[in-house]
Design a protein around this ligand. Structure first.
Ligand code: ADP
Ligand code: MG
Length: 701
């Protein structure tokens, strides 16, 4: 058998004519024997199991039921005409329904003979019904040999229309596997197969399509998932290594005066264990001579700012400048105020550069940047304007990465002979397992511990009809001197309606909380930036007690005196957004509250989201739930990565296999960095193949 047997064009397989070959190619990208073999079932139907009518539930996928047809009649007229059979097994009655080929079934169906009906059940009122069932006489069914599990392959509308059924694909697959026998070449090293007791490649492939038993199916899928994830990890780790050896960075090997002085004399609090660990990771990174590109994940309030400041000090100690970039003017101002305060006694020079800085001040900043007398520049996008030239930018800290595009980050690079080290900080946690498989080009640090003494934000769900008691609560809190956020959703598709909701809400709040006793701010995306900042500033300064806003306040604004976050139409927000919004409160010493307002009708996903919010404040847990609800497709960055192309593994369900595959890949590379030991010959061969970026399922020899 030739080695590239699997690359035989699909047209050569018996039963695949030119028409069907064309369809298989255009619809499922199946060009070769190997492509077909790597079309994995979406699921399996257990056809050894029979249901009683009394056991049926609507959501059951496809089931088979043994029973007799006791009555057959045509109902409806013209377009709605259908053939309906009454089917019973003694435990209950269900209907079998045909819309197409009614004549054929009317003539061929036998009354009062035992049948096996197989299909998907739906429920209409109290009656279960199965449309276009697979119907087989029980005696024929018994005479046939059954594989325990029938594979169900992915299909498309076009294929269904052109009669390329699952049964047809199953037949093709049988033929294929009869022909190719054991044509697959092992891709995993012997020692891993042994130690993890993985099934070999050929047996796994066969069992993935035609399981010998449920246990073998499980073993086969486990192995194929491991293989898939292992090679993704190998590629990511190799890319990362290439980046580290090829892209040079400044060497910050001095931990000097500034850092030590600050650390010993000016630190306002003891760092948490997590902060210390992360600072160590950053120090180690910037001392190697490789370029640092690190993602710092930490929940809102976990204390990322101080880490950013210490990172800047490391650069300064080595004779470089630093910058901190924030997505909005207010945030930049807050960072500036915070950093200024922290570094007050150190004699370091910090400046703020935003769109609203006057030309005169700007010129001074430009000069000080160029002569090196300015140590840290904090600002917005204004930092990446061409006019802004550093003498020697050593590190760039970018806050809230999801607001900054890759292109913008790259602009920072252009300002130097070598790219400055980059620390990207985000409060939108991505589940670790996903982050691992997403960001091959980033190293990741996590602050997974909050500073001591934080009070849990009490989170509750209230229905619209309880609004009055919520208003009373607001009144009480304002009485205590606190401030309140009330946030409305803003979804682009229904922008007009949303603004109406916001305006109506604002008016009713102003009615409930009239001036001069109360002052209410409003901020939304349609306001001019100056007006927005003005209103925001009034709230920051405590001149207004209530802030009515759309999600523009989502990002990092710090008003420690705000202790209540009310989210209107909370069911319309995604989990990570709800979590971000809640993070706006709980920043001061007082007990804080988050109230999720909704109407009465809630989908089950909405309920899960609200419940999750009420039960936990752990951003990583919330991210895990979010991922389960939405799938990885919606989460930032997944589209560009290989995760979306997984064929057998599931990034959420299989995260243990993912972690294991990553560990084995790391071990392999640390023991055999060049992948040249004989034991790893299989891996070397596959990696050479993968350099052409084809993905493990295209690997054939
Ligand atoms: P975020 O990660 O959301 O940017 P910040 O850096 O703004 O968080 O920190 C939130 C608050 O916690 C700030 O008021 C900061 O001074 C305080 N803080 C940070 N680290 C510690 C710590 N180790 N101990 C006590 N308070 C801390
Ligand atoms: Mg912050």
């Amino acid at each position: 058998m030739p080695l590239n047997f699997l690359s035989t064009p699909i047209d050569y397989l018996n039963g695949v004519g030119p028409q069907r070959a064309k369809l298989l190619k255009s619809e499922l990208h199946i060009h070769t024997y190997g492509d077909l073999a790597n079309l994995f079932p979406n699921r399996y139907i257990d056809r050894t199991k029979y249901y009683k009518v009394s056991q049926l539930v609507e959501e059951a996928a496809q089931v088979q039921v043994i029973g007799k047809i006791v009555n057959l009649k045509t109902v409806g007229s013209a377009k709605s005409e259908r053939l309906v059979a009454t089917f019973t097994d003694g435990t209950g009655v269900m209907e079998l329904v045909w819309f197409r080929a009614q004549k054929h079934f009317r003539e061929s169906v036998k009354i009062n003979e035992p049948y096996v009906a197989f299909g998907k059940v739906a429920r209409y009122g109290a009656t279960y019904s199965m449309a276009h069932p697979d119907l087989e006489l029980l005696r024929d069914h018994r005479a046939r040999k059954h594989s325990a599990m029938t594979p169900v392959y992915p299909s498309t509308e076009m294929l269904a229309k052109r009669k390329i059924t699952n049964t047809y694909i199953v037949k093709l697959m049988r033929r294929l596997f009869d022909e190719i026998q054991n044509a697959f070449v092992e891709t995993l090293p012997e020692n891993i197969l042994k130690e993890l007791q993985l099934l070999d490649k050929n047996r796994s492939m066969r069992n993935a399509h035609f399981p010998e038993s449920a246990a073998y199916l499980q073993a086969a899928l486990y192995r194929l998932k491991f293989e898939e994830l292992f090679y993704i990890q190998m590629e990511l780790l190799m890319q990362n290594r290439i980046r580290k050896t090829k892209i040079k960075g400044f060497v910050f090997d001095q931990v000097g005066e500034r850092f030590n002085d600050f650390y010993e004399n000016h630190l306002p609090f003891e760092l948490t264990g997590a902060q210390k660990r992360v600072v160590r990771e950053i120090r180690r990174d910037m001392g190697t001579g490789a370029h640092m590109n690190r993602l710092l994940q930490g929940d809102v309030g976990s204390g990322k700012t101080i880490v950013a400041v210490l990172t800047c000090l490391l650069a300064i100690d080595n004779g470089f400048q630093a910058c901190i970039m924030a997505p909005t003017e207010i945030l930049a101002q807050q960072h500036y105020a915070g950093v200024q305060e922290l570094l007050e006694k150190t004699g370091l020079k910090v400046a703020l550069l935003t769109g609203s800085v006057k030309k005169k001040d700007r010129t001074i900043i430009h000069e000080q940047l160029e002569d090196g007398s300015l140590h840290i520049l904090i600002g917005t996008h204004a930092l990446i304007e061409p006019k802004v030239q550093f003498k020697n930018l050593g590190v760039a800290v970018v806050d809230e990465q999801h607001r900054f595009g890759v292109a913008q980050r790259a602009k920072l690079w252009k300002k130097n002979s070598l790219p400055p080290h980059v620390l990207v900080m985000t409060a939108t946690p991505i589940p670790r397992t996903l982050a691992m498989s997403l960001y091959g080009d980033l190293d990741i640090s996590v602050i997974d511990e909050l500073p001591p003494g934080r009070k849990e934000i009490k989170t509750v769900h209230r229905y619209d009809k309880n609004r009055l008691s919520v208003f009373n609560f607001i009144r009480d809190e304002i009485e205590l001197g606190r401030q309140i956020y009330i946030v409305y959703p803003l979804i682009e598709e229904s922008e007009k309606l949303d603004y109406k909701d916001l305006q109506d809400g604002y008016e009713s709040i102003v009615r409930e909380f009239p001036s001069p006793q109360y002052q209410v701010s409003i901020v939304h995306g349609r306001m001019k930036p100056e007006d927005k900042d003005f209103e925001m500033q009034r709230f920051v300064e405590g001149k207004t007690q209530i802030m009515v806003a759309t999600t523009v306040i989502e990002v990092g604004v710090n008003v420690p005196n705000a202790s209540v976050m009310i989210i209107e139409s909370a069911e319309r927000f995604g989990l990570s957004q709800l979590h971000q919004l809640r993070g706006r409160v709980g920043r001061g010493a007082e007990q804080s509250y988050c109230i999720l307002m909704t109407g009465h009708k809630l989908s089950s996903d909405s309920k899960t989201r609200l419940q999750t919010m009420c039960e936990t404040s752990d951003g990583f847990k919330i991210a895990e739930v979010d991922l389960k609800l939405r799938g990885p497709g919606d989460i930032m960055g997944t589209r560009q990565s290989g995760v979306m192309e997984l064929r057998v593994a599931d990034i959420v369900r299989d995260n243990e296999i993912l972690a294991l595959s990553r560990k084995r890949a790391q071990e392999l590379l640390s023991q055999d960095p060049t992948i040249s030991l004989p034991v790893n010959a299989n891996v070397a061969r596959v990696m050479r193949f993968l350099q052409n970026k084809k993905g493990i399922w295209k690997y054939i020899s």
